[in-house]
Write a protein that binds this ligand. Sequence first.
Ligand code: NDP
Length: 281
Amino acid sequence: MHDPIPTVTLPSGITVPALGQGTWNMGEKATRAKEEIASLKAGLDLGMTLIDTAEMYGEGGAEEIVGKAIAGRRDEVFLVSKVYPHNASSKGAIEACDRSLKRLKIDCIDLYLLHWRGEYPLAETVAAFEALKAAGKIGAWGVSNFDLDDMEELLAVPDGGKVAANQVLYNLGRRGIEYDLLPWCQERNIPIMAYSPIEQGQLAHHPELIHIAKTYQATPAQVALAFLLERDGVIAIPKTSNLQRVAENRDAVSLDITDEDWATLDAAFPPPAREKPLEML
Ligand code: NDP
């Protein structure tokens, strides 16, 4: 038996698991497709039913992998994809979304994000997203790599307040958003999707995490994920194409870390003492 995965409620009232699955680097090599599909399916079986992808990943290849993994079980999944900034115009966003839907073999993307800020005015992108919503092609829209000033600008454009999430780099070693962006989003019930939650695998080798994990008979990656699961309104989306690690990451929800060990982690990975520009990968 597995402990239930905590949930996060989106502004629309829809509830999603606080632990999902990333797909960056998937769909790049045909020889790896089988294991990528199998790991996403295994993650769904274990309740990690939020899948994050993007038209950028494998230039559409990752969306095709996701399409295969969710075939026949669309209703279980909360699908997140992203539009390139250079496609985020009124016409471009609609066309990009249609291409993504085709690759994913679905009728509606649950959450469609602007991957990062680009050349098109936010008002134009938001209007395109709202048109996609009205057409039933997306359920909600959000942004990615938006710092606090970007969010403030977004909220000032027509319908900008309908933003459903902001996906940013957030993990134990990248805590800058705790100073301002995270509390700002939490106050407004805008979920934060934490990308690279294991710092692309690097936190699995951190000596302090290895040390703490041992005392719980856990793994360093699980401690890194537990850190994010502890926070309100935060959704972690680790990527793995390894079946064993799918199960390992899923079981991070069962870790119950003591206040004393959180303090040790705070000393090793200090929270920000001042404002810091948002980092991105
Ligand atoms: P993660 O922090 O999720 O780390 C993924 C890497 O860690 C992979 O190499 C994986 O290898 C390895 N890994 C996974 N689980 C474990 C484990 N338990 N122990 C040891 N190693 C592990 O990095 P990502 O950058 O992939 O971020 C997650 C997701 O966030 C992306 O896949 C993507 O969907 C999204 N993202 C969004 C961005 C944005 O700009 N909006 C930017 C970056 C990411 P293996 O597969 O071999 O297990």
